[in-house]
Design a protein. Structure first.
Length: 67
């Protein structure tokens, strides 16, 4: 039976940990530079109903009047 390569497993864990730390630091920096974009992701969903309300205000739902 083959022996487990503990050095390889340890190196993979270290690389994964480093990758996660870099990703976290990148997200943190991005949020610091663009605070609206991090919070704006949730807010973009709220923008869609406003657009629907604007369409209704134009009278597009009302029947067309003959000229």
């Amino acid at each position: 039976m083959a022996k487990t390569n503990f050095q390889y497993e340890k190196r993979q864990k270290e690389l994964e940990k480093k990758k996660k730390a870099e990703e976290k630091a990148r997200r943190k920096l991005e949020a610091k530079n663009n605070p609206k974009s991090a919070d704006g992701e949730e807010g973009t969903e709220g923008d869609a109903p406003e657009a629907d309300d604007a369409d209704a205000a134009d009278g597009s739902d009302a029947p067309a009047q003959p000229q």
